[in-house]
Design a protein. Structure first.
Ligand SMILES: [Zn+2]
Ligand SMILES: [Zn+2]
Ligand SMILES: [Zn+2]
Length: 113
């Protein structure tokens, strides 16, 4: 059973004890309620409420962007941090360009016969 020092008298008490047996100081589990001590957004100092679904960076609601990303078969909307968002956007453009080249190439192939 792990022991912790009583914050009031310093005696080693069980973490599961409700109060210190020596001085009666209540032994409550340490809960971090301070907003500033929580995980914060990668881009600002706000408390992170969500995270990038691509790289996992913690983010506030303001600094994630929803973008449609395709993975193999099908795809879906993902919340992404700014850098992953622009990366996905770049790949969308590249995908359109590749699709256009394939279509044009196919037409040239068909016409040339
Ligand atoms: Zn105590
Ligand atoms: Zn933010
Ligand atoms: Zn990311």
């Amino acid at each position: 059973m792990p022991l912790i020092p009583c914050p009031a008298c310093g005696r080693q008490i069980s973490t599961e004890a409700e109060a210190c047996p020596q001085c009666g100081h209540p032994n409550k589990p340490i809960i971090f309620v301070d907003d500033n001590s929580g995980p914060s957004c990668y881009a600002c100092r706000k408390t992170a409420t969500t995270r990038c679904q691509s790289c996992g960076q913690l983010s506030c609601a303001m600094h994630v962007n929803s973008i449609y990303v395709s993975h193999g078969r099908g795809g879906g909307y993902e919340l992404r941090c700014n850098s992953c968002y622009s990366y996905a956007q770049a790949w969308q453009v590249i995908g359109i360009v590749i699709a256009a080249i394939v279509v044009i190439g196919f037409f040239i192939f068909v016409m040339g016969r």
